[in-house]
Write a protein that binds this ligand. Structure first.
Ligand SMILES: *Cc1c(COP(=O)(O)O)cnc(C)c1O
Length: 393
């Protein structure tokens, strides 16, 4: 499996590699320290009331958090970045751009927490959502109403890795004056930069690949222009959903190795996907790099890689449970995108908040497992899964 833009990894994305390391560290102007100082302070002294300090209170701004926010803005190619206490804090704060009476169109197989936010909280506040198969532009258009204000996308989607044509949706949305938001958690700016394709706001659960070590909970958002930046800044400060200073530093530390981790995990994920297609106990494999993936051509056009998440179906809930009981290498857990491999069971974990009927309609069957490939030796990953799959026979 070779991604057609792979050669670009040594071209423009070489520069990205440099940016990942350099922008996340910088050097401290005063001391030359190799990492950004942790400004563990909630408030800042006003030496003169006429000339207030650049930072005055940490909810409104903190130099350590600012360094992180500048880093993600640069990597995504946006105007301004924002750091939040979790991915859901980033997503819910971005949705506060909307008002009572507004309508949202959302990818149907969106992250379970986003689904919960839209259906149980925003609905109560008078913001209605229609969930559609966003891989079909006709369905997006069919769902559009006079009060539609925003479109929320996730591509590749979670966990069945469906592909939405980002540029096509962005163009359609612009024509109708809709705000576009995209959850880029699965790809990271290393593999996909939605703002360059016309998206207005990119959100991340930085808890996953960006942090990369399963030790920080964080969210990031990047906006394409200053005007949106001004609005999101107001919301971030007003709602107070900011990321703490220590966690901002830890996240930057994780992000320095993002490209190296992503490249390594992705290489193994391609081999794993390919290997899974040859296992008789696996009924279906979902990975955008597989030749029979319906969204492969679109994905290759809009990304620089296939990512490190592979989903596969073992046929039934009982067999899925047996695999989970028999694996010894991956963490059996919620979450993804870490140095260690993580095997999750969407039906009972990330998508437990989704009613079973709807879950099944969206292709998230009882036998579906999602493998987030870490940095372990590929031979060990395959060997372990092979013995666990034997238990399903
Ligand atoms: C985990 C995740 C989220 C939520 O992020 P948290 O950091 O857990 O709040 C949102 N979107 C996707 C795709 C995720 O995987």
């Amino acid at each position: 499996m070779i991604h057609p833009k792979e050669s670009r990894c040594t071209g423009p994305s070489r520069k990205l590699a440099t940016r990942v390391v350099r922008s996340a560290s910088g050097t401290d102007a005063r001391t030359g320290a190799s990492s950004v100082p942790i400004y563990q302070a909630s408030t800042f002294h006003h030496a003169s009331l006429e000339n207030p300090p650049e930072y005055d209170y940490t909810r409104s701004g903190n130099p350590t958090r600012q360094a992180l926010e500048d880093t993600i803005a640069q990597l995504e190619g946006g105007a301004r970045g924002f750091a939040f206490s979790s991915g859901m804090a980033a997503i819910s704060t971005a949705f506060m751009l909307l008002s009572n009476g507004d309508h949202v169109i959302c990818s149907e197989d969106v992250y379970g927490g986003t689904y919960r936010l839209l259906t149980t909280i925003l609905g109560r506040m008078g913001i209605e959502t229609t969930f559609v198969d966003a891989t079909d532009l006709g369905r997006l258009e069919a769902a559009r109403r006079p009060n539609t204000r925003a479109v929320f996308l996730e591509t590749p989607s979670n966990p069945t890795l469906k592909i939405t044509d980002i540029a096509a949706v962005a163009e359609w949305a612009k024509k109708h004056g809709l705000l576009t938001m995209l959850d880029n958690t699965f790809m990271t700016p290393c593999l996909q930069r939605p703002i360059e394709l016309g998206i207005d706001i990119v959100v991340h659960s930085a808890t996953k690949f960006l942090g990369g070590h399963s030790d920080v909970l964080a969210g990031l958002a990047v906006v394409s222009n200053e005007k949106l930046g001004h609005k999101l800044k107001h919301l971030q400060n007003a709602l107070g959903s900011v990321l703490g200073v220590q966690d901002s530093w830890l996240l930057m530390r994780g992000m320095k190795t993002l490209l190296a981790r992503m490249e390594c995990s992705e290489r193994s994920a391609r081999r794993l996907a390919d290997w899974l297609t040859r296992q008789s106990s696996v009924t279906r494999v979902y990975y955008p790099g597989l030749p029979d993936h319906p969204g492969r051509a679109i994905h290759e056009r809009q990304s620089q890689g296939y990512g490190a998440i592979v989903s596969f179906d073992v046929g039934s809930g009982e067999r899925a449970r047996r695999v989970l009981e028999h694996v010894t290498l991956p963490l059996v857990a919620v979450s993804l995108g870490a140095v260690e491999s993580i095997l999750s069971y969407p039906a009972m974990m990330s998508h437990a908040a989704m009613p079973r009927e709807i879950r099944l309609q969206r292709g998230i069957g009882d036998g579906l497992l999602r493998y987030s490939v870490g940095l372990e030796a590929l031979e060990d990953i395959l060997g372990d899964l092979e013995q666990a799959l034997k238990a399903t026979r």
